[in-house]
Design a protein around this ligand. Sequence first.
Ligand SMILES: NC(=O)c1ccc[n+]([C@@H]2O[C@H](COP(=O)([O-])OP(=O)(O)OC[C@H]3O[C@@H](n4cnc5c(N)ncnc54)[C@H](OP(=O)(O)O)[C@@H]3O)[C@@H](O)[C@H]2O)c1
Length: 263
Amino acid sequence: MKKIVFFGAGNIAQSIILGLISIGYDKRNILFIDRNKKNQSYLKKIGIKKYSSKHINNIDLFFLAVKPKDALMAFQEICDSHKNPKVVSLVAGIKSKQYFSISKNIQLIRAMPTTSSKFGKGITALFNISSSSPSFNKVKKIFNKLGMAIELNKEQEMDAFTGLIGSGPAYFFYLLKVYEKRLMKICNNDAKMVADAMSNMLEGVALSVASNDNLDNLIAKVASKKGTTEAGLKSFKENKLLSTFDKGITTAIKRSKEISNES
Ligand SMILES: NC(=O)c1ccc[n+]([C@@H]2O[C@H](COP(=O)([O-])OP(=O)(O)OC[C@H]3O[C@@H](n4cnc5c(N)ncnc54)[C@H](OP(=O)(O)O)[C@@H]3O)[C@@H](O)[C@H]2O)c1
């Protein structure tokens, strides 16, 4: 079986690799390229081998997973050493036309995954730029197995998805800092108890959301008239929490658009 290569094997690549291993993907068919010693030793520890020139004719897909500033250089390296490579770019902000300015002889897919792929709970946006249908379907199948894949209609939608979903886990981690601080006091600084409490709360929220009920109904089931929840929600509304949150997302989307101009 031909192998897949992660060019850049940091945060997102490792999440995907761990997700693939947990769904039974054969480790021997995953390779990586990364200059970072810490990432190299971690991947070695989990049994993932480094790409070398002996693999050159046995590669199916490259997952480009370096930071935007490094993306075009890494892409150039792939194109210099492989004829008509199949590249899945996980890089935020870098548009297809920037890759095509380096080489047109590529099958290119853009993908925007989340680190929750590690737990089979990823959400990955996909946009097929110039890939054959079988290769695109294969990539879609991989990301569906790691959670869910959403196929976009236009490449520009990648920026909206990046700011909304790609960055999404960090927004929730950020909001949880308020819970963590307060729970630490209640739970006598027992960090494990606090982590368990936060994770139970989020899992409960996730199951309610999965029930497909309307969000206002879900709120109404928690908030009783003149009760504590209603008081909390009233304060959130007065302080425009939703529009502040929405503005943050708009800023992230704008940033995704800017990144391409900086590389
Ligand atoms: N993290 C996320 O949640 C997430 C989600 C969706 C998409 N993405 C996208 O995924 C990409 C990677 O993000 P990340 O957070 O995984 O970054 P990261 O942890 O910094 O991993 C990138 C790795 O690639 C290495 N690298 C860069 N250029 C290289 C080269 N020419 N040769 C060999 N190794 C090279 C880096 O080494 P150095 O450390 O030495 O630079 C680093 O170890 C970004 O473009 C981001 O937009 C990330």
